[in-house]
Design a protein around this ligand. Sequence first.
Ligand code: CDP
Ligand code: MG
Length: 674
Amino acid sequence: MLAEASPAKKQRIMGPSHQGNGLGSIQNKENYQKLQIERLQLPIYSARKRLLQEIQKLDTVIVIGETGSGKTTQIPQFLLESGMHRGKTIAITQPRRVAAITVSQRVAEEKKTAVGRLVGYCVRFEDMTSEATKIKYMTDGMLLREAILDPQLKRYSVVILDEAHERTIHTDVLFGVVKDCQKERRKKGIPPLKIIVMSATMDVDHFSRYFNNAPVLYLEGRQFPIQVYYACNPQSDYLFASLVTLFKIHKEAPKGHDILLFLTGQEEIESAVQSIKEISRDKEQEDLTLIVCPLYAALPSQAQLRVFQPTPKGARKVIVSTNIAETSVTIHGIRYVIDCGMVKAKVYNPNSGLDILKVVRVSKAQALQRTGRAGRESPGTCYRLYTESEYESLQTSTVPEILRCNLASVMLQLLALGISDIINFDFMDKPDTESIVSALDQLHLLGAVEKADNIQLTQLGKQMAAFPLDPRMSKTILAAKDYDCLEEVLSVVSLLSVESILVNPARKRAEAMAAQQKFMSSDGDHITLLNIYKSYKGVGGNKQWCQENFINNRNMKTAMDVRKQLREICQRLELPLKSCGQDMTCIRKCMTIGYFMNAAELQATGEFITLSTRKPVSIHPSSALFRCKPAYVIYNELVQTSKCYMRDLCLVDPDWLYAAAPNYFRRKKPANSN
Ligand code: CDP
Ligand code: MG
């Protein structure tokens, strides 16, 4: 069925200043009125009454509605306006920080307030809320952390678990945590916790059953017909195919019809954006009608917001995005979708207990969501860069992250929540016992848990849980207190926690490399990062210095902010904030203590193999050690593309590895090695 045409909705995400005067305030008023009219026209509005009745009557409700129907922005406002929040805060979780930020900005605008007052957001390393905040958008990971400090989630009257179909590991754990919290509150006579589970599409029965047969509310979607085209033959190079398709559309389609291209990850997207710009520049003149915007989770918030700005008249916007644009953000003007059919996902290797980032095929559910983005505002077109029979062979839905990722981090959080019987935890989909045992084994190797009758966190484990980081990274920080180099390790960890601070524009690659050369350390990427940090601090965080040295100023600033927050946690834990001066060895030792499980050894053949699984790996070309042949390294991450690459490397001594975990290496060492 054809849904009614949507109103003209080219809307700025960041509204005009809220304290404007003169012309500004007239515009504000007009904008406000326009937003109120738009609100009334959203599909969710007609379901308002029923939703409120259901949630009044029962404690849990499931809401299903296509992207753009108004779930995320409106439902919290309905609850607030009807007083159902009982003066407390409404939490709305999002799997991605960009969604939490942009949606809270939009809702603040609709409520005519500044972000951080009535409406706010809270994401890792950034809290934009205050005492006055009643509608709080937050990442699922943040709510999970809050539950550690307050298992009854007392400050909330309603928890909305949004984008439930994404089944991120944090959302899955939250399902169990909020369900338990609801039960506890009921038992103790505390006012009930209302739970709303929201999703674009999902296995409704599975969800309803899990939430004690909660009622399901279906919202009428707004979906126009979409013409789907498949590739005639399987494509060996989807990147190339996507560019060909894109320029074909650009040539033929009317201006103002925007294109959304789904690719897999940051580097691929940046390189595609570069190619698109170069191709459109190739003619005599630059094609000013093509505006290209990348979109991925690690992109700085400011750059992400560009995606949402209206396209100027006579131009066409091309958004090159990861699966972030599948359901979690609303982008106007999209008429064409190009789906490469792939997605970057974490894949767990049960032998090593580590995750590898790998490009894999999307599921049918994902392909449908991607296609759907072309028909939100009018009829659209979707080009699938795979054949119809390839589509037919796709998995029906995406396997929940909890069934395919390393569980160490989440186990640490569950233990910190006081849940020690993890095998019997109320998971919607239970990870297999082997994965749970292997995660606990890792935590044990890191010294975070004790295996007595009951599995318990050690003193060290409790401290590790205080950091919003991977347990290995927290362990590195905690090791630093014994080596008197906490200040340095905090700098390194902060720089590793933000997206790359090195800028490498394709057109000035040689110049960039020459400028960055002076920071490069033969000890590896961590010491290189530290060198950059020290020079940056030396010039007082200077923007011009960043430009001259091809360092991303904004990412540096974010890292400084992250550092400040990690330092505060250290102070709270009363860790000695000392500096090691010029001695870089202790920093590398600390990295080894956290990351001994990620070690690789150079072979006589000149290749590296991991010590955990003896799998061949290579040094990533972006590493400071790319042209070196160190005997032993540890790495922070494995990325599988044409080869399996190690990223963020540190040169280590085999004795340090052994000292960090003698039991582990005794077990791992092959019989024939000495
Ligand atoms: O959650 P759901 O996908 O159902 O919809 P929503 O995020 O609440 O969006 C409802 C409508 O609000 C969209 O169709 C957009 O018109 C508007 N919106 C926006 O303009 N900017 C945002 N950041 C979020 C929503
Ligand atoms: Mg939504």
